[in-house]
Write a protein of this length. Structure first.
Length: 252
């Protein structure tokens, strides 16, 4: 009997001990770290991708210069033209700084076709395109009653000297800086050919006189019939630099 009571006492004591321990375990100690609630806004890395800036060297080696692009962009506003990769010249001084080919010049109503193998420096091509569209074509409409449909000319670039001999000063054609106009085909089918104005119909002679005068405002060299025998049947236009300042013009 005594053993039974003693055992019951121990069981009760053990139960009390365990219940106290359980209550202590359930009580959160203020010293323990409390887990924070999950943030509602999850951090997102910046998804904007920034590519490394190209060095000047990279730009220079992979694309044409800014000046080259600027000229071509201007040229393409008024003409159908493209940049040309000129073969590296060997044993020759003939080089074009910024070679381009004009296929046609845009007009308000139509276009002026140019020879397929035209090759010029972009600076010259731009000036020539402006003169042809803004001046030559309106003059043709005024004097000849028709717009210009096609330019009959040389190819612009020719690797040769002025005198066409082995020695002497290089022609502006050797730098893509010149053009020789032989004639013009008009939209009405008529043709204008560069020649002695004395042999032309009066309207054609007036047109040619105006053409030459206006060309002197755009180009530094204008040579044609009457200048010398070499230019009796074509109009030579170039942007060569004459004299120290480059302001001097040869308009003969
Ligand atoms: Zn010429």
């Amino acid at each position: 009997m005594f053993i039974q009571i003693h055992l019951i006492t121990w069981v009760i004591a053990l139960a009390l001990f365990l219940s106290v321990q359980s209550a202590n375990a359930a009580q959160v100690s203020p010293n323990l770290p409390i887990p924070t609630s999950r943030p509602t806004e999850i951090y997102k890395p910046n998804t904007e991708v920034k590519t490394p800036a190209k060095s000047n060297r990279d730009t220079a080696s992979s694309s044409p210069s800014t000046a080259t692009n600027a000229c071509l962009a201007e040229l393409q506003k008024i003409s159908n033209s493209k940049s040309i990769i000129q073969p590296t010249p060997k044993d020759t001084e003939c080089t074009i700084p910024n070679p381009v080919s004009i296929l046609s010049i845009k007009l308000q109503n139509g276009q002026i076709a140019l020879p397929a193998d035209m090759l010029n420096d972009c600076k010259f091509a731009l000036e020539f395109s402006r003169w042809l569209a803004d001046v030559a074509n309106p003059l043709a409409e005024q004097h000849l009653g028709s717009s210009i449909k096609k330019l009959n000319s040389g190819t612009g670039f020719t690797c040769r000297r002025r005198n066409n001999l082995p020695t002497g000063k290089l022609s502006e054609h050797a730098f893509g800086n010149a053009i020789d106009i032989v004639g013009l085909t008009l939209s009405n089918g008529d043709r204008f050919l560069v020649n002695d104005p004395a042999t032309m119909e009066p309207s054609y002679a007036r047109f040619f006189s105006a053409l030459r005068k206006t060309a002197c405002g755009y180009f530094t060299t204008v040579l044609g019939p009457g200048s010398n025998a070499a230019h009796a049947t074509h109009l030579h236009l170039d942007l060569g630099i004459h004299g120290r300042t480059g302001n001097y013009r040869i308009c003969e």
